[in-house]
Design a protein around this ligand. Structure first.
Ligand code: SF4
Length: 367
């Protein structure tokens, strides 16, 4: 029995064996990183899978491994190449940390990942849950992952009333997760248990529609017994998303093979380090400083929405096609990038789509 602020929690003893058995019978299988005990492959998949669905990750994972088959190859790469390969996966700080982490493994650990969750957590971009996933999958360590999906499963299983927007209940839940681990597991048991936690959260105990009818935990789940499992996890503070509008000045030079005028985003903030058309807070701001003769040629495309973790962006593309090279100072700071070389530059997903659309000549034929 464990104490939680204002709540006593009896741990269901059968949880670990039920989960291991269910994962082996009915859990997800056949994903290319499954069955590997290579920390490089497991780490890469774990980082890619944060905030991103398996179906999206598959292609990126294969391309990364083909280009960077091991941690030394990734560490030796140029940051731009890593960002370009990551382009479209979103949450770009993951790619920057991935590169930094590979360099730390090579420089500080002679190219070998630490073999414990505590050691892994000292590396850039590896948080407690990712460290636990690598340590349990690759080294059989008896340690629990507690990411968003797992928090949902465990708070429902235990009808855990603690408020997860507070630090103390978060820590308590982590302790309960540790207490639920299988007793004296083999390395294979730990693999099935950790994978089972992930699979249950992703495929059965989903956020808005927990499929209790087919869940192996139905008989021991207190959230299910309350009749309102969706009430868990309890969070009193929810993230408020900010809304922002950006005007993108998309300049295409068509005096030969197409080129685009792009800026490198600052090293921190939204789309940090990626290539992007100049960004403005208003249409007037985007036009200010441009030669008057260009104004008739500016085309305002329909705005598109793009969601980030904390923000909702409304992107307003302003397109300008030039047929000759502008004079110095006529455009905001930036550089020409050949359309044929865009794939070698890290581009935010919506920018990539817009630039691809601009390569369709009919857009300009309508102007
Ligand atoms: Fe989630 Fe329902 Fe399973 Fe409980 S029984 S873990 S609420 S799916």
């Amino acid at each position: 029995m464990s104490g939680v602020v204002g709540q006593r929690v009896d741990l269901p003893r059968d949880f670990a064996p039920l989960l291991i058995d269910w994962q082996r019978r009915a859990g997800r299988s056949g994903m290319p990183w499954q069955g590997s005990r290579d920390p490089y492959r497991v780490w890469l998949s774990e980082v890619m899978l944060q905030q991103t669905q398996v179906s999206t990750v598959l292609g990126y994972y294969a391309r990364f491994l083909e280009r960077f088959p091991n941690v030394s190859a990734l560490a030796a790469a140029e940051a731009d190449e890593v960002m370009a390969l990551w382009s479209g996966l979103g949450y770009y700080s993951r790619a920057r940390n991935l590169h930094r982490c590979a360099q730390a493994v090579v420089e500080q650990h002679a190219g070998a990942f630490p073999s414990t969750a505590a050691g892994l957590e000292t590396l850039p971009g590896i948080g407690a849950s990712t460290a636990a996933a690598i340590a349990s999958f690759c080294f059989g360590e008896r340690v629990s992952i507690v990411d968003g999906n797992v928090r949902r499963v465990l708070t429902r299983l235990l009808a855990f009333e603690g408020d997860l927007s507070q630090t103390k209940p978060q820590r308590t839940l982590w302790e309960l997760a540790q207490a639920l681990l299988p007793n004296h597991p083999s390395a294979d048991d730990m693999t099935a248990y950790t994978q089972g936690l992930m699979d249950l959260g992703a495929t059965v105990c989903t956020r808005s529609r927990p499929a209790c009818g087919v869940c192996p935990m139905q008989g021991i789940c207190r959230g299910h017994q309350t009749g309102e499992p969706q009430r868990f996890p309890v969070k009193t503070r929810t993230l408020k998303r900010r809304h922002e509008s950006w005007w993108l000045l998309l300049v295409k030079l068509a005096d030969g093979p197409a080129r685009f005028w792009l800026q490198r985003r600052p090293a921190s903030g939204i789309w940090a380090g990626l290539y992007c058309p100049p960004v403005f807070e208003s249409e007037e701001g985007a036009c200010r400083g441009l030669p008057k003769a260009w104004m008739d040629r500016l085309i305002a495309l329909d705005a598109v929405s793009h969601s980030l973790s904390h923000r909702e962006l409304r992107l307003h593309p302003l397109v300008l096609e030039l047929t000759s090279e502008p004079l110095p100072g006529e455009l905001p700071p930036g550089q020409w990038v050949d359309a044929g070389l865009l794939s070698q530059h890290g581009l935010p997903a919506p920018v990539k789509l817009l630039l691809q659309a601009l390569l369709a000549p009919e857009l300009f034929a309508q102007a």
